[in-house]
Design a protein around this ligand. Structure first.
Ligand code: S3P
Length: 167
């Protein structure tokens, strides 16, 4: 296999955990666009949103994605909003794009105690998830070459299904 594998999907769908397992299986590098942005900006994501705003975050995220796809043999985990920027679609398309599809219930379960995601902060987290997922679902499906339903599956199971699906 020559192309990189790019994981897309909503916050809390398991992109990072699955990506690490997958990279290990394949002997590939693992790259996370959120980490690249944090390193380039010298601060964590909540701080970037707070001090520079989402637009600035999105610009850094596009740069990070371009850097990630240029690395040979890697599994790339992306931020959940990567598909909301039109210019990212062509960059994503340089790899094999896999959508980890999770239900709002599964997502809520995975992120309900998490405070590191500025877009889910505050009241009514479940409602926010439903609304944003509804807005983004078409975008994920449009960009993805493969979709894996992840509800109730372990990272190892997802990784196995994914490799079976794309090979
Ligand atoms: C975001 C998802 C986050 C991170 C940022 C914005 C989004 O990444 O990029 O908080 O817009 O969905 P994860 O999907 O890894 O949580």
């Amino acid at each position: 296999m020559i192309k990189n594998i790019v994981l897309i999907g909503f916050m809390g769908s398991g992109k990072t955990t699955v990506g690490k397992v997958l990279a290990e299986e394949l002997g590939y590098n693992f790259v996370d666009t959120d980490n690249l942005v944090e390193t380039s900006q010298g601060m964590d994501i909540p701080k970037i949103f707070e001090t520079k705003g989402e637009t600035s975050f999105r610009q850094s995220e596009t740069v990070a994605l371009s850097q990630a796809v240029a690395i040979a043999q890697c599994v790339i985990s992306t931020g959940g909003g990567i598909v909301t920027v039109e210019a990212n679609k062509d960059i994503l398309n340089k790899g094999i794009v896999v959508y980890l599809e999770a239900s709002p219930e599964q997502i809520y379960n995975n992120v309900k105690h998490d405070t590191s995601r500025p877009l889910l902060k505050g009241e009514n987290m479940y409602q926010k998830i439903c609304t944003m997922l509804n807005e983004r679902e078409m975008l994920y499906k449009e960009v993805a070459h493969y979709t894996i339903k992840v509800d109730g599956k372990t990272p190892n199971e997802i990784s196995t299904l994914l490799l079976r699906g794309i090979q």
